[in-house]
Design a protein around this ligand. Structure first.
Ligand SMILES: [Zn+2]
Length: 136
């Protein structure tokens, strides 16, 4: 687990550095909580997707903020012993998946569902990521 921790920490540092360079808003756990609160609205907002291009910079920054939050949270989970468990369905996350994206909180199936919702939310400027940077 030490290796995971180191990896998470270095990813987090790198992400925060990039955010600093962009001059974006600083990350906070609040962003993530807000995302959780709004995810139920997803179905109603897909109309607004047209704005996405204009919001590119915003989306990229949001993506970084979200990533940083996820990395920070993954570190929390590591400390709390919850790391590697899907927070949606409670199933263990595949180790291969964790190697690719150490900050993931969900298994592939749940992530897929959540990403679809996030995409809708990003279009409406809710502080969630756009779609380009999911490295899967
Ligand atoms: Zn799951």
């Amino acid at each position: 687990m030490d290796e995971v921790k180191k990896r998470l920490e270095s990813e987090l540092n790198r992400t925060v550095e990039r955010l600093r360079h962009m001059g974006g808003p600083l990350l906070s756990v609040d962003v993530m909580n807000r995302v959780g609160d709004t995810s139920q609205l997803a179905d109603e907002v897909d109309v607004i997707q047209v704005n996405e291009d204009r919001e590119m910079n915003f989306a990229t920054r949001s993506l970084l903020v979200e990533r940083a939050n996820r990395l920070a949270e993954a570190l929390e989970r590591l400390r709390g012993g919850d790391y590697g468990t899907c927070e949606e369905c409670g199933e263990p996350i595949a180790p291969a998946r964790l190697r690719v994206m150490p900050e993931v909180r969900t298994c592939v199936r749940c992530q897929d569902r959540i990403e679809r919702m996030s995409r809708h939310l990003a279009a409406v400027g809710a502080g969630v990521d756009g779609e380009e940077a999911e490295e899967e």
